[in-house]
Design a protein around this ligand. Sequence first.
Ligand SMILES: C[S@@+](CC[C@H](N)C(=O)[O-])C[C@H]1O[C@@H](n2cnc3c(N)ncnc32)[C@H](O)[C@@H]1O
Length: 408
Amino acid sequence: MTEIVIERLGLHGDGIAAGPVYVPLTLPGERVEGDLNGEHLENARIVEPSADRVKAPCPRFKRCGGCSLQHASDAFVAQWKVGVVETALKAHGLDAPIRSIETSPPASRRRAVFSARRTKSGAQVGFHVRESDQIVEIDGCTLLDPALLDARSIVTELVKVGGSRKGELSVTITLTLNKLDVSVTGGKTLDDKLRMELGPLAERLGLSRLAWEDETVALRHPPAQDFDGITVVPPAGSFLQATRHGEDTLRAAVLEAVGDADHVADFFAGCGTFSLPLARKAEVWALEGVPEMIKALDLGWRNAKGLKKMKAEVRDLFRNPVIASDMQKLDAVVLDPPRAGAQAQVAEIAQTKIPVIAYVSCNPVTFARDAAVLVKAGYRLNWVQVVDQFRWSSHVELAARFDRPEKG
Ligand SMILES: C[S@@+](CC[C@H](N)C(=O)[O-])C[C@H]1O[C@@H](n2cnc3c(N)ncnc32)[C@H](O)[C@@H]1O
């Protein structure tokens, strides 16, 4: 039996002691004993708990892998997430005013990915057990919007029809303005027989859309989303901010950062979460790598009233960033890249004189790397707003504003 003291949390939310030794579900300052196996302490028992330790709000927390930080108080998690951003910035010699964190409320996730398997007696539906490929069946969830929890019966029906005994079905369910949007991967190959079964099933289950792998097999009602009063129908399985609260908070930060700019480019625009509301005041150039998302954005713009000009372009911004000389007309840019960040596009922006940049990030490490390039080029990091739409997870998101101070 070895006894250790946890020093810090790692980026995945595990407690880390000197060594390093990793112990999940522990907190800094806790004295823990267990069996040391390489870099892991197994059969861990808390000898002295942290004052930040709380009873997990969800009774399934220990087993279900959906959340990783329910054993910590809200105040601790908030401080830790802000600290992750501060540490990432500090690693590049950067510092900025950090606004108080915005955390999405419980039961507000609007998309869930259920795992499901066919069994002899029917189906097993739930989430993965922590660090395992087993499925834990859940009878409740503190994260999901209740309408998503109710959708487990839909997953059961789908796996009975289209699940194979060997594989696992992954079923993504999204709340829309019109019923549920469902995308399935990992099931039986879609042949004519399965197609014939899935169409009527989607009707009976009252789905807005059912997609099987990449094919839409049923579209009964438009699976529309509302982006600040503008309606868009995103393609199946495409990116959507995790909660309405998170989307609203990030959008408010972006609109505030951009201010009165007249010509704005929105890099990594998705289906227009930011581009479309921005177009109420500015001419927008929206750029995104997935053609179907740009199509949805463009249609949303065409159907909306009172928006300014929109140029919606499909472009791979890693391989083919917009070069500095093509950005001369812009007076603000928005960036919201995937976890890898926006290295190539930021290198070009750094060579411009664009007065304002709004940067939304789901990875503080790549954000800080890109921020350092901008600061070296003369930009100033005005503020960072940490946003926690992945409550009880180690995931950290943020919005930030940069400007280019006038010289002299
Ligand atoms: C974090 S999402 C943001 C989307 C949008 N701003 C929103 O809030 O809904 C990142 C987007 O970048 C797109 N993307 C990923 N890699 C890309 C690339 N190399 N070039 C252009 N877009 C890319 C994804 O398809 C996704 O829509």
